[in-house]
Design a protein around this ligand. Structure first.
Ligand SMILES: Cc1ncc(C[n+]2csc(CCOP(=O)(O)OP(=O)(O)O)c2C)c(N)n1
Length: 314
């Protein structure tokens, strides 16, 4: 996501979800050498795939010197920028494409379109990936994962930022505001409700923005990531110690800090409000969704992808 080339039309998108499809995984498994640019991967499925593959060689290119090899796969670590690495490569004659990955993942893209038509976390992230302009700062925890899964090819480039690593949910609004100060273009901050609550006082900064600034809060009433993690699945333990529902709305926070506020009732209303918000002022868009919806949607999408694959083989 932070490579700035994730949405480039030359690149594969939706690979995290496409890995549900055995045909796609088998095709990808024909690769013999892995060349990774940049640090940590967001997609757990891709990391697991990489760990299971027996690579002839694995090179990791990243300008920062810290150790980045959780699964002990890397055979050569190059501490340099991708541009320097490419500049030093010998010229190689163009090779015929060895894979059908782009066509194999087309069905995944079609299914994603079908699953992203409602006002849901999936629907909003899918829309945002297409509509965003200027800069996008994506919060932890689900927004970064959803944009990585659902983002589509774009003709207009987008500067994408995220805090990965310890993946803290603190200080995200302040970070997004700081990013907005660096360019003469709109900035969008996409984050969850718990993250927004952790940094609520930073909403006070936003009125100083000189460019359009949009804060999109996916309010699923607590940390919905915990529906997908190996923690207690239901009851008091989940609610009290992990998800921590609060039942709050951000409307009065927006009012208190003098920000525009919209809580769209449909995906179309979201798209209209968001496009408008990108043109002027500072707007908080609150997307209210049931807490279980995102986990259910991703489970159903994964199952549909595996089902498709089964049907193709019969
Ligand atoms: C500073 C900090 N405290 C706690 C955590 C643990 N944590 C990870 S995700 C999460 C919940 C995030 O909830 P929300 O922002 O609503 O996003 P969602 O999970 O719904 O996408 C928590 C508490 C963290 N990553 N950073």
């Amino acid at each position: 996501m932070q490579s700035q080339i994730h949405f480039d039309p030359q690149n594969l998108i939706h690979f995290d979800l496409a890995l549900h499809d055995e045909g796609f995984s088998a095709e990808l498994a024909k690769a013999e050498v892995l060349l990774q640019f940049g640090g940590r991967l967001i997609s757990k499925r891709l990391s697991q795939f990489i760990t299971q593959q027996s690579w002839q060689d694995v090179w990791l290119v990243d300008p920062l010197p810290q150790r980045l090899d959780p699964d002990y796969c890397v055979k050569r670590r190059l501490i340099c920028s991708p541009a320097d690495f490419i500049a030093d490569l010998p010229a190689i004659p163009e090779q015929p494409t060895w894979h059908q990955l782009a066509s194999l993942q087309r069905r995944t893209s079609q299914l994603i379109e079908e699953f992203c038509t409602a006002l849901s976390e999936l629907g909003v992230c899918h829309q945002l990936a297409q509509l965003a302009r200027g800069q996008l700062f994506i919060g932890n925890s689900l927004p970064a994962r959803l944009m990585n899964m659902l983002g589509t090819h774009r003709q207009i480039t987008l500067r994408v930022f995220a805090n990965r690593g310890a993946s803290g949910i603190d200080g995200l609004i302040a970070t997004g505001y700081g990013i907005s100060c660096t360019r003469q273009e709109p900035t969008t901050i996409l984050l969850g409700d718990t993250s927004a609550l952790h940094d609520l006082n930073s909403l006070a900064l936003l009125k100083q923005a000189t460019q359009p600034l949009v804060v999109v809060i996916l309010n699923n009433d607590g940390g919905s990531i915990f529906h997908m993690l190996p923690v207690p699945k239901e009851g008091d333990l989940l609610e009290r110690y992990y998800r921590q529902p609060h039942g709050l709305s951000f409307e009065h926070a927006a009012q208190m800090f003098g920000l525009g506020y919209v809580a769209p009732a449909s995906l179309d209303a979201f798209a209209t409000a968001y496009s408008q918000a990108l043109t002027v002022g500072v707007t908080l868009i609150e997307v209210n969704v049931p807490h279980q919806q995102v986990a259910d949607d991703l489970t159903a999408l994964g199952a549909a992808l595996r089902e498709e694959e089964g049907e193709r083989r019969i």
